[in-house]
Design a protein. Structure first.
Length: 354
């Protein structure tokens, strides 16, 4: 009876080294799923692959890779499946990295780490198999080895292109809004511009009222080259009473919104709990009729505002965040001392590199 031949120390050591990037990718995916990440991850987490969140998919995929890796010396098919899975993952990670660089404009360090781990695993797998291929060529099996190598290379390339193509097609950032309210419906100016201006205020903030004329002046000018979003930050709890009205006018009355905003500021100086009748009476001279949004839309809009405040780490009002998704640069202006129409335009030129 023949005894099994034990694996050589070198091969065993290589096996352990290859396991490291698999384990690293799995751990990083877990951390991403748990939300233990830098602020650059927040927008990345909004993306979906064919409607499914990325982090759980990553955990499942790398769990599968780990199981395949552990059985590669027992099941012949597992050994061949590893480079195919890794090639598909490499193509997918390429799209994700590109999206962070050129679409989101900010790096998610965990996601970059996952992509790096996949690339390292691909290199280690190739290096592990290279000595075997070289030895068989020396033994006179050159033609057979080259035919098999060509077939495997084609399959691996197909897997890479499949991963790249499926991710490019299936990756999307769904609207963070329910019931038909889209992010674009809250945008003023050039919605397709990479330049973005987020005006963050509170309806009961004295400093916000003081700087409001400069904000509106700067917003009008910025709209010619950037997308502008007015964000309610309810530092004073009474501001929550004004968010539904403000959201409705942002969505339905864009042409008259700046004048409506001035009127709402006046109403806020008179009452903390305005009724629909109060608001309607105030905007009637402008030829505007208040039409409330449904509850789901209001909640979605408030969630969007909250996401922006956390994303840009805004701690107070008034604040104006100027960002360019193409260059990845961001500049924040705080308070009446910094927030002027000229400073807003200068910040736009600075972050866009113009």
């Amino acid at each position: 009876m023949e005894s099994a031949v034990p694996a050589s120390p070198g091969k065993s050591a290589r096996g352990y080294w290859i396991a490291l990037p698999f384990a690293a990718a799995w751990v990083l995916s877990i951390l991403s799923w748990l939300g233990i990440c830098s602020d650059g991850c927040e927008e990345t987490h909004l993306y979906r692959l064919f409607g499914l969140p990325l982090s759980p998919l990553g955990v499942g995929f790398f769990t599968l890779c780990g199981l395949v890796f552990l059985t590669r010396n027992r099941i012949r098919f597992s050994g061949f499946l590893i480079p195919v899975l890794l090639s598909g993952a490499l193509g997918s990670e390429g799209v994700l990295i590109w999206t962070q660089r050129y679409v989101i404009g900010r790096w998610c360090l965990l996601c970059v780490g996952i992509g790096f781990s996949v690339a390292v695993a691909c290199v280690l797998i190739a290096l592990e198999r290279l000595p075997g291929v070289t030895a068989r060529i020396r033994d006179g099996e050159r033609n057979l080895v080259m035919k098999r190598l060509a077939g495997k290379t084609v399959l691996i390339l197909v897997a890479f292109l499949a991963g790249l193509g499926m991710t490019a097609v299936g990756l999307s950032k769904p609207d963070a809004f329910a019931a038909g309210l889209s992010e674009k419906s809250l945008v003023f100016g050039d919605a397709g511009s990479s330049s973005e201006v987020y005006i963050i205020t509170d309806w009961f903030c004295p400093a916000c009222r003081a700087v409001e004329p400069e904000i509106l002046k700067g917003a009008r000018k910025a709209m010619q080259q950037a997308k502008v979003v007015f964000v309610d930050y309810p530092i004073h709890s009474a501001t929550l009473n004004y968010v539904p009205y403000n959201l409705s006018f942002i969505v339905r009355e864009k042409e008259k919104y700046f004048r409506i905003r001035e009127v709402l500021t006046t109403v806020a100086q008179k009452t903390k709990e305005p009724t629909p009748e109060d608001v309607q009476a105030a905007v009637s001279p402008l030829g505007v009729k208040f039409v409330p949004l449904n509850y789901a839309d209001v909640m979605a809009g408030m969630q969007y505002f909250s996401t922006l405040i956390k994303k840009f780490k805004v701690s107070g009002t008034p604040s104006v965040v100027v960002r360019d998704s193409r260059t990845g640069k961001t500049k924040t202006l705080y308070g009446p001392g910094e927030i002027t129409s000229d400073n807003i335009l200068e910040a736009l030129a600075e972050v866009s590199g113009k």
